[in-house]
Design a binder for this molecule. Structure first.
Ligand code: ADP
Length: 485
């Protein structure tokens, strides 16, 4: 239970609507599980459709006064959120690890990353600059200002319960928007803890509202048909993203979508092997592989392939599997039973079709949703393991000969979130980076995410960017005024 973890302080389990913590209208609750045991650790309020609409009303009521709050003041409140997050880092990391399952070092990394969005956007709040120019015909001035887009619905997944919430809330609030956050029902406690922390930092009532529901699809559909909603920012699967884009079409709601990925990780013969292995471990195993940025397919040039595969198998095999919150554990459980069953099925299929397991490959028995770090070679090109997002600790390795072949393999996907390349030849590295069909590239880097950089994908990996200055503009509309003087 939460008490057993000393986590009850600051952990809220009710809906936050208009500054009040309350039950759902039907008084129902949803269980939250510890994925390392499958046991219930807490229960949270279950919002009805009317609760969701009430949350939008609350955000709408708070909108004008928040938009009129001076940018400096909005920035200072966000700065306070950053400071509180840093002060509570260990408690938040333990909460993330408990409900999501990730290993504590990963959870600590997430808290630091999540807090940075508050710091970054506290600084950006005062830099929403417009521009002024003379019309080409010389008759008037073109004045452009960026105004808050309005009430924003934010939907976040369970893999980064803190960072996905701050990556959306911080720019929205910096821009002057009010929000309704709908966190994943698997990991709601972190989101509620963040909302409580933001309240303490001075975020006015109604600016941040949080709802969780067992009827997510109905609730979100109703919210996206509420006339006050002007923005949807979603992080999750491409499948759900497509549904939401269709829903948002009815009211022509602006959409920022961070969807699935299928990241290639290309290693050339001239790569520094140790650095490539370090990068591969981070790109593959941060969060146990449950990241849309996770390296999903390894393409390794023939001259280095054996050494790379052996090195990766050795490192993957040395990881310690266990409950994320246990000291020394480096790979926690997956989020639920369906996740490990899917991974297991994909590995088995690949093996039946000729793939070779170097390490791992057997699902554990007993409680908790564990799958061991696994390396497979000789994976057929049409296997689910390389065609689709694994979202787990499995590394399929494929050997290539030429640069053109590597690029063709890397780009052969409907996704285009991120791609990695390792080579000591910078000219080649930059050429490959240029030709990757991806929104982001790691060139001799296994970790790319940075609040100061634009995060997002091309093709079916999404629309829009989060972080950097781009992130704030997703929550603004350009207002053009023609001025004569
Ligand atoms: P994941 O594969 O990461 O679980 P999902 O796309 O299923 O990704 O979920 C991401 C977020 O979208 C979660 O908050 C989830 O509750 C929400 N969600 C899932 N299905 C729907 C839907 N039909 N409408 C609105 N939100 C949804």
């Amino acid at each position: 239970s939460l008490e057993g973890f000393g986590l009850m302080d600051g952990v809220k389990t009710d809906l936050l609507i208009g500054g009040a913590w309350r039950q759902g209208a039907e008084n129902k609750r949803i269980d939250v599980l510890d994925p390392s045991t499958g046991q219930v650790i807490a229960d949270i309020a279950d919002a009805t459709v009317d609760d969701g609409l009430a949350a939008v009303d609350a955000a709408s009521d708070a909108a004008a006064s928040w938009a009129a709050t001076p940018p400096r003041q909005r920035g200072e409140i966000l700065r306070k959120c950053f400071e509180l997050m840093v002060a509570r880092a260990e408690m938040l990391a333990r909460l993330i690890s408990l409900e999501n399952g990730k290993a504590l070092p990963d959870a600590r990394g997430e808290v630091a990353y999540a807090a940075e969005f508050f710091r970054w956007f506290s600084e950006e709040a005062v830099r929403i600059n417009g521009d002024l120019s003379l019309a080409p015909n010389g008759n008037n001035r073109i004045m452009v200002q960026y105004q808050p887009i309005g009430v924003s619905v934010l939907i976040t997944p369970w893999n980064f319960p803190a960072a996905m919430a701050t990556r959306k809330m911080a720019p929205a609030l910096a821009a002057g928007c009010t929000v309704v956050l709908k966190p994943a029902t698997e990991t709601p406690l972190t989101a509620y803890a963040m909302a409580a922390l933001m309240d303490e930092a001075g975020v006015p009532k109604g600016v941040v509202n949080v709802v969780t529901s067992s009827k997510t699809a109905k609730l979100i559909s109703a919210m996206l048909h509420h006339p006050k909603v002007r923005k949807l920012s979603f992080t999750g699967s491409t499948h759900v993203g497509r549904i939401l884009l269709r829903e948002a079409a009815d009211q022509v709601i602006s959409c920022s979508m961070e969807l699935g990925g299928n990241a290639p990780f290309v290693v050339f013969d001239d790569a520094d092997l140790e650095k490539a292995l370090d990068g591969a471990m981070i790109a593959k195993m941060r969060n146990g592989g449950e990241a849309c940025t996770a390296a999903n397919r390894f393409y390794v040039q023939a001259g280095i392939a054996d050494k790379f595969a052996r090195g990766l198998a050795e490192r993957m095999g040395a990881m310690r599997l266990g409950a994320g919150y246990e000291e020394g554990v480096t790979c926690g459980p997956m989020i639920n039973l369906a996740a490990i069953e899917r991974i297991d099925e994909w590995v088995r299929e690949a093996v039946e079709d000729g793939a070779h397991v170097l390490v791992g490959g057997e699902m554990g028995k007993g409680d908790g949703y564990f799958y061991p770090p696994t390396v497979v070679t000789k994976v057929p090109g049409d296997a689910n393991l390389v065609r689709d997002e694994i979202f787990g600790p499995v590394a399929p390795i494929t050997v290539f000969e030429t640069m053109d072949e590597a690029i063709a393999l890397a780009n052969d996907s409907e996704y285009g979130l991120i791609a990695y390349v390792y080579t000591e030849d910078m000219k080649k590295g930059l050429q490959v980076a240029d030709r990757f069909e991806a929104g982001m590239v790691g060139l001799n880097r296994g970790l790319v995410s940075d609040p100061a950089a634009p995060f997002g994908g091309v093709k079916q990996s999404g629309l829009g960017r989060e972080g950097a200055h781009h992130g704030i503009l997703e929550f603004c509309e350009a207002k053009y005024t023609a001025v004569s003087w």
